[in-house]
Every structure is written in C-alpha cells, then in structure tokens.
Design a protein around this ligand. Structure first.
Ligand SMILES: [Mg+2]
Length: 111
C-alpha cells in the first residue's frame, strides 16, 4: 500500500468499498431515479461532515468537545473522506448497473 501513488490508493479504497456493498446488498439494479436518491443520501453525509468541520458545530456548547477540539475536527475530516469513498463507490455501482443493461442496454463509449 505504501508504494502506491495517491490516485491508485484511492481507487483501491473505492474498489474495496464496492466489494463491501456487494457483500452487504448483493447485485443492485435500480432505476436512475432510485439511484440518484441513494447517491444524494451519501452526498448528504459528506455535506454534514464538511458543515460540522467548517462551522465547528458543537464547540462552545459542550466542554468535552471543546477539550478535544483538534481530535474532533480531525475525526470529521476522516469521516468526510470515508463518505466521499462511499459516494464514489455508489457512482461506480450506478454505472455497473447501466452496463449490465438495466433498465435498458445502451451504447458504451470507452473513451
Ligand atoms: Mg455513507
């Protein structure tokens, strides 16, 4: 893992996340209108972590949180990254579904 460049490491993590999704739910075939709501749910989770980090949500209200400011903020960025991996994995799953010909077969351009 250490010798991989950043992009290879990320793509590998997305692949691992895709495998976790398949293990959890099996092959998923949804209509585009269904897929986009699944993707947006994941994007919402990314947004929550970005919002909490940016606006330092919760600080100034909870002494325990305040004591651990740096750790809490770092954890938010870690979750933000994890959720981005999930967003990418869902997007890959959406494309896989189309490429399986659901809801209909389409021409696929490899460029
Ligand atoms: Mg998520």
């Amino acid at each position: 893992m250490k010798n991989m460049n950043i992009q290879e490491r990320i793509l590998n993590q997305i692949k691992i996340e895709r495998q976790k999704q398949d293990a959890k739910w099996g092959e998923q075939n949804h209509l585009p209108m269904e897929w986009i709501t699944i993707l947006m749910e994941e994007i919402g989770e990314v947004s929550k972590e970005a919002c909490d980090h940016h606006f330092r949500n919760g600080f100034g209200e909870d002494p325990i949180l305040d004591e651990n400011f740096s750790l809490v903020q770092e954890q938010r960025l870690i979750r933000y990254r994890q959720e981005l991996i999930q967003v990418a994995a869902v997007a890959v799953s959406m494309i896989e579904c189309l490429d399986r010909g659901f809801p209909v077969s389409i021409a696929i351009n490899d460029e």
